[in-house]
Design a protein around this ligand. Structure first.
Ligand code: NAI
Length: 333
């Protein structure tokens, strides 16, 4: 029997390539950090996406195991594994979409600031690989602190001469997913019917749910607004504390990232009206990067929407973000 794990360099790889070439049209997606808590669930969910024809799973540890496991799923995508930095370039070559959940997660007592030093270095190396091997790919960055890793990735791409602001997307979908869930709970309706725009950044008070723009239209008492804003802003900490040392959000994050990846792929396919919130290079406020609703198309975030009418509470929240930024707080928080 041939080896069943389609790792880089294995004999099954060539047959898999044939299937990928001759098979249904679809997109090539790489997950960097695929063996992690987010990465494993995300690999499974992306393998289930019918828009994906090739799925590359890269990590510095345990990539063969995850690849073997996920590759047994009887869905269309051909799965290949890549282990260690010497295989990074092959993992990235030809990719349309690169999702990055590589890095260390937050432990109790750690702020996103503590993560910064470690994850900044990891993101830098991975983005250098993207610039070299798939400079036209859309990059969805999950590694925290997103408020800082996205600007770092932008600098790497600028240095390499490949920066396209439409293609660098900080993944803030989990904030929206949480907001939809918590708002639905308060309203007593199905979360699938709820859409809450969440703008700003991806840490603490920089997370700004726009509760005045919730779909379907509804209104909240001041107590509900305080409760919801606080819970949405601290959803990450709620999970970190409940896991008590075992990491941060992985399952809901993988779900959110899979949702985001699917939106990116529908945009690449040319679907109309694909709108998600994302932390992007932006002129919507005075801040260089800001999460807002964006329209995803064939070239990435093709349209960045303005914030829309804000109420007094939301304007104050936005002012707080600006102040944090001018104090140097937005970048590292
Ligand atoms: P984890 O520790 O379970 O997995 C991280 C994976 O990255 C590990 O498999 C590790 O081997 C891999 N890795 C480390 N260095 C690497 C490198 N140089 N190249 C490739 N892979 C590398 O962590 P988890 O829980 O999956 O979290 C990953 C990241 O996602 C963390 O930075 C976390 O803070 C962030 N996160 C972001 C969220 C968001 O909403 N954007 C929500 C939750 C977590």
């Amino acid at each position: 029997h041939p080896p069943t794990i389609q790792m880089e360099g294995s004999s099954v790889l060539s047959r898999a390539s044939c299937r990928a070439k001759g098979g249904a049209p679809g997109f090539k997606v790489a997950i960097l950090g695929a063996a992690g808590g987010i990465g494993q669930s995300l690999s499974m969910l992306v393998k289930m996406n019918p828009l994906v024809s090739v799925l590359h799973l890269y990590d510095v540890v345990n990539a063969p195991g995850v690849t073997a496991d996920v590759s047994h799923m009887d869905t269309g995508a051909v799965v290949r594994g890549f282990l260690g930095q010497q295989q990074l370039e092959n993992a990235l070559t030809g990719m349309d979409l690169v999702i990055i959940p590589a890095g260390v997660p937050r432990k109790p007592g750690m702020t996103r600031d503590d993560l910064f030093k470690i994850n900044a270095g990891i993101v830098k190396t991975l983005c250098e690989g993207v610039a070299k091997c798939c400079p036209r790919a859309i990059v969805g960055l999950i590694s925290n602190p997103v408020n800082s890793t996205v600007p770092i990735a932008a600098e790497v791409f600028k240095k390499a001469g490949t920066f396209d602001p439409k293609k660098l997307l900080g993944v803030t979908t989990l904030d929206v997913v949480r907001a939809n869930t918590f708002v639905a709970e308060v309203l007593g309706i199905d979360p699938r019917e709820v859409n809450v725009p969440v703008v700003g950044g991806h840490a603490g008070v920089t997370i700004l749910p726009l509760l005045s723009q919730v779909k379907p239209p509804c209104s909240f008492t001041p107590e509900e607004i305080n409760y919801l804003t606080d819970r949405i802003q601290n959803g990450g900490t709620e999970v970190v504390e409940a896991k008590a040392g075992a990491g941060s959000a992985t399952l809901s994050m993988a779900y959110a990232a899979a949702k985001f990846a699917d939106a990116c792929l529908r945009g690449l396919r040319g679907d109309a009206g694909v709108i998600e919130c994302s932390f992007v290079s932006s002129q919507v406020t005075e801040l260089p990067f800001f999460a807002t609703k964006v329209r995803l198309g064939r070239t990435g975030a093709e349209e960045i929407f303005p914030l829309g009418p804000l109420n007094e509470y939301e304007r104050e929240g936005k002012e707080r973000v600006s102040r944090k930024h001018s104090e140097g707080g937005l970048l590292h928080q």
